[in-house]
Design a protein around this ligand. Structure first.
Ligand code: F6P
Ligand code: MN
Length: 335
């Protein structure tokens, strides 16, 4: 089999579709390189003394794991000096990180969740890195948080790395979704799946069912119907999976279909859902739509949401088109 590297893929995409200018290619390659380094640290586990929690909390009030902080540092350091970025923002940092003055500045903004699936870090279950790329607004001189607050539809690239039995990089630049596998011996990303497509129909769903008593009526209705199985209104049995790493759950859905949900609920009405719009929902929604799926906040398309804050949370329903459309219609009917 002829092996196509990430670099070759990016160069050929630019030649054919003009969708990946040189600076964006550099950015994607640098992020890919940082993900290899993170994969290496994750893989060392206890031997690298990288497991466990720190005493610090992140801006969300969550305890930071050592690997959260290590992954954040790896991404910052890798992306600072190349001249392709104006600023970065991370789930693990309260404020944006402008490129230091000693380096040239580029025209892109990079947003990331350095290590997604925190509860799985110390127990050797799949985790990942999620990233999203925006263009800096025209005429921007000193980047501020406001420059990042663009709807997800403006993303020029998004992707994730999955640190599982294999390390994978899934990428979209707005022309379909492709998957690369890390060749650990060669240290290179090799194209292994072209044009991933999410089946429109599915019999599998993913939700943290321990929150059931807190769910709003449309989610109760939808999940109730799925659980009723072959004797219920859907007339068929559904299966459930919940890894508690969004990257791993979304990757399964990209491959074999399914619907992933993290709704807002009554547990803490001050929080509109658990997942973050900029670091998790937007990049995943871009990838899912590019693979023929659908992504909403229950009522509207995630990619159309105008962000108000960097660390904003949002309800998420994404995956196979028919199911996301159905659960969204239940929310729309309820208003
Ligand atoms: O980053 C948030 C996250 O860890 C996601 O990766 C995952 O889907 C979700 O939270 C897990 O939530 P819970 O702890 O409720 O299962
Ligand atoms: Mn996360």
């Amino acid at each position: 089999m002829k092996r196509i590297s990430l670099t070759q893929y990016l160069v050929e995409e630019q030649r054919q579709h003009h969708s990946i200018p040189a600076e964006l290619r550099l950015l994607i390659e640098v992020v890919g390189r940082a993900c290899k380094t993170i994969s290496h640290s994750v893989g060392k586990g206890a031997l690298g003394e990288v497991l466990g929690a720190l005493e610090s909390e992140n801006v969300q009030g969550e305890v930071q794991k050592k690997l959260d902080v290590i992954s954040n540092e790896i991404l910052l350091e890798a992306n600072e000096w190349g001249g392709h970025l104006a600023a970065m923002a991370s789930e693990e940092m309260e404020d944006i990180h402008p490129i230091p003055n000693r380096y040239p500045k580029g025209e892109y903004l990079l947003v990331f969740d350095p290590l997604d699936g925190s509860s799985n870090i110390d127990v050797n279950v799949s985790i990942g890195t999620i990233f999203s790329v925006l263009k800096a607004p025209e005429g921007m001189t000193e980047p501020t948080e406001k420059d990042f607050l663009q709807p997800g539809a403006k993303q020029v690239a998004a992707g994730y790395a999955l640190y599982g039995p294999q390390t994978l990089l899934v990428l979209t630049t707005g022309n379909g979704v492709n998957c690369f596998t890390l060749d650990r011996e060669m240290g290179s990303w090799v194209l292994t799946q072209r044009n991933m497509q999410i089946p429109a129909k599915t019999k599998e769903f993913a939700i943290n069912a321990s929150n059931q008593r807190h769910w709003h009526a449309p989610v109760q209705r939808y999940i109730g119907e799925l659980l009723a199985g072959s004797t219920g209104p859907r007339g068929t049995d559904f299966n459930m999976r919940w890894i508690a790493s969004m990257v791993a759950d979304v990757h399964r859905i990209l491959n074999r279909g399914g619907v992933f949900m993290y709704p807002a609920d009554n547990k803490d009405p001050s929080k509109p859902g658990r997942l973050r719009l900029m670091y998790e929902a937007n990049p995943m929604a871009f990838i899912v739509e590019q693979a023929g799926g659908m992504a909403t906040d229950g009522k509207k398309r995630i990619l159309d949401i105008q962000p108000e804050k960097l660390h904003q949370r949002v309800p998420v329903f994404l995956g196979s088109r028919d199911e996301v459309a159905l659960v969204t219609s239940y929310h729309q009917e309820a208003v």
